[in-house]
Write a protein that binds this ligand. Sequence first.
Ligand SMILES: *Cc1c(COP(=O)(O)O)cnc(C)c1O
Length: 360
Amino acid sequence: MVNRKVNFNPGPAAIPLEVLKIAQEELLDFQNSGMSILETSHRAKEFEAVNDAAIALVHELFGLGSDYHVLFVGGGASMQFALVPMNFANDQTVAYIDTGEFANKAMKEAQAVAKVHVAFSSKEEKYRRVPKMNEIKFPQDAAYLHLCTNNTIEGTQFWELPDTGNVPLIADMSSDIASRRIDFKKFSLIYAGAQKNLGPAGVALVIVRDDFLAKAKKTLPVIMNYKTYADNKSLYNTPPVFAVYIMKLVLEWIKGKGGLAGVEKINEAKKNLLYGAIDANADYYKGAADKACRSWMNVTLRLPTEELENKFIADAKSEGLLGIKGHRSVGGIRVSMYNAVSLEAIRVLTDFMKQFHKKN
Ligand SMILES: *Cc1c(COP(=O)(O)O)cnc(C)c1O
């Protein structure tokens, strides 16, 4: 038996053990093909079946209509920060909601190629919150409004979505994709790096509605044009085959949990347990994010002193609880509990928190 630790890494993050075991089993001989999927042509029927299944699973689990294309784009979420404005700014103003370091990075990439309107920013408040809907202001002729549904570093999440009228809504869902039910129809484009909730690094899931895709700039290099991916089932060039394969296994695992409704229920129990433990000792464990917009995926907290925080991280490590050091830009503690982190793991953590508080 291998000794697996409790993994709260922010990304790359925990992958379901069941998925890793299937991948291990199939690694040397993928479905009697006599070779690994890593060694198989992306044009071979074996990989094509994996690719098709992954696309179909996204459609099924997210309840997408046939008017959405599902794309797998190499290069992660940061690549989408650039590709989105390149494809869709079209010499119009683009609007961005600035609620965290990643949202801000996305906005900076847009500034390189377009005129950016800041629709809201909580930067001055140290990104402790996301906006109330009536605080979001943007021009009605903007090419799109971009937001980040879950702010991975700061631990905040949108629990309400703006009604944008005719302005297309775009979201970076890297750290909460497939973790809850959401009204996907509200979005013209969604993207997510896979390494938090969907599998390994190296690929981004992009979901785009066809009427919006039709507006993409025609003069881009083909490899940067979303239409190239849509027209070729993301097989225009060699895709990150292993990342797509693992993503397909993760999607099947989510389906086995009862789909998005199923994982949402587990994630709700997890967040109740952890925030409950924080709020029960609010003079000791202080949640860093505004309560109204707490994230279910990334829980940020502070202890009374930095010294105690360092001890907390070190003691947790010796108990086999890993990956809880806060991002270097905010400090403190961050517990990332994506889909693959079990309720049992949170129970172990909250027990540890009680013990640590008693002793320190
Ligand atoms: C991790 C993350 C990113 C960056 O993803 P890369 O794959 O490293 O480019 C972007 N946005 C959000 C919300 C993230 O959590």
